[in-house]
Ligand binder design. Sequence first.
Ligand SMILES: Cc1cc2nc3c(=O)[nH]c(=O)nc-3n(C[C@H](O)[C@H](O)[C@H](O)COP(=O)(O)OP(=O)(O)OC[C@H]3O[C@@H](n4cnc5c(N)ncnc54)[C@H](O)[C@@H]3O)c2cc1C
Length: 451
Amino acid sequence: MEIGIIGAGAAGVALLDALSLTDTAPGGVTVFEESPWLWRGRAYQPDLDAVRVNAPPVLMSIRHSDRDHYTRWLAGRTDYPDVGLGVQIVPRVVFGEYLEATAREAIARLRSAGWRVSVVNERVVGAAPLRTASGEHRVDRTVLAVGGGSPFDHYGLTGSPGFVLEPYPLAHLDVPADAHVAVIGSGLTAVDVVAALTASGHTGPVTLVSRTGVLPHVQQRPVPLDFRHLVRDNLVGTRDGLLDLLRAELAESGQDLAPLVRELTTPEDPVDRLRRQLSEVDSSYLGRRLVTAAVHMLGSAAWRLLPALDRESIRREHFRTINSLASPMVPLNGELLLREFDSGRLRLLSGVTKVERAARGFRVVGDREVTADVVVNAVNPQSHAVPPAAEPLVGSLLAAGLAALPPAGGLEVRSERVLSLGAVTAETSFVVPSVPTLAAGAAELVKRLSW
Ligand SMILES: Cc1cc2nc3c(=O)[nH]c(=O)nc-3n(C[C@H](O)[C@H](O)[C@H](O)COP(=O)(O)OP(=O)(O)OC[C@H]3O[C@@H](n4cnc5c(N)ncnc54)[C@H](O)[C@@H]3O)c2cc1C
């Protein structure tokens, strides 16, 4: 059996590692990656130290069967503490080193078990047959691990001087120190931009501009979570059923849903909420911690069970809330934002409807109007979008009838010979797949590669 893995980001590493732990009869594995950054993908390339991972070590293991795999790799590192969480929150480039080390060990394990493993540093442009610029490659199974879409230019500013569409790597952000920077978005990428500007000595004002003005929640100190009710075997196909499981889970600790409901439904000024949540990092209430972990561990399995109408209404009404619960910022970054808000250098502008070029710089229209010298896009790619690098490949799958693009989004593969892992996969939730989500997906998928 010849396996082709397209994409050497976190998903590709998770898959290679999971495959290396099976006793599948040896064959051949070829990993195809177009970028020079093998085993890192978009998120974990070299960048500023200020750009940190956004989850504690216990939620960043690339090996689903071993939640402490990354914690062990980290052991002895004390250079990047997040005091609030009481754990190491390392620069993303350091997490990239972990991915790289894991991939190299997996390759060594596979080879010693008799597998042939090779890496082709080229873009795959066709899947049937699998093709790169250097020719055709024979594979029996193809796994698409190509990541998600590229940043979306909501306001049509591409080409305008002073507009940055792709903010990563933030080390390349070249902004005059005293410029007024408008950051489009107020999620985790916007937080990264503020961290990078602050670290590089930016002195000018920074405004986070967004429609909703919602900041990510602040993460709480990790505590062991022993899921008894909210587990894969109990998942049910309704929204209310999922809430019942969460209620039962909280009841195990003598807690109820009310504080979580209050947290999510009570209107509150975003900076006040940031300040309050920073003071609750050690709170013993489990509601937010349970939801965050469950979205990443079970989100896609639960999503598949929901009726289309439920999915649509959840996406329409709760997209922002679920995303900010699923991807909270680390306290370290929350404190940085609060310092910047309190100093007056950082502001939040919500209700934004327009960002356009002006005679000098840009005009931003929201609850009030501001002008900015530089605009940095920090809006995530649309969920389930196909990355530009994979468009020819996906086109060839569609043409061969091996895949389809269903109206609900994502790529639906229609052949046992093609598998997909990560953001483009249809029938997965709209939350950006995190490391544990990819690791869980890889563990499932590798069973389908065994024969
Ligand atoms: C900025 C950012 C920060 C994040 N931080 C965290 C975090 O701290 N914790 C967490 O749990 N999750 C985080 N995530 C979410 C998740 O970990 C990442 O999205 C994850 O790295 C995705 O991995 P991937 O392999 O699916 O995709 P990618 O990392 O995008 O990798 C896909 C790879 O496929 C290659 N590729 C695509 N098409 C082709 C082709 N046709 N031929 C050859 N190669 C191709 C690309 O070059 C790329 O290297 C973050 C996501 C982002 C975007």
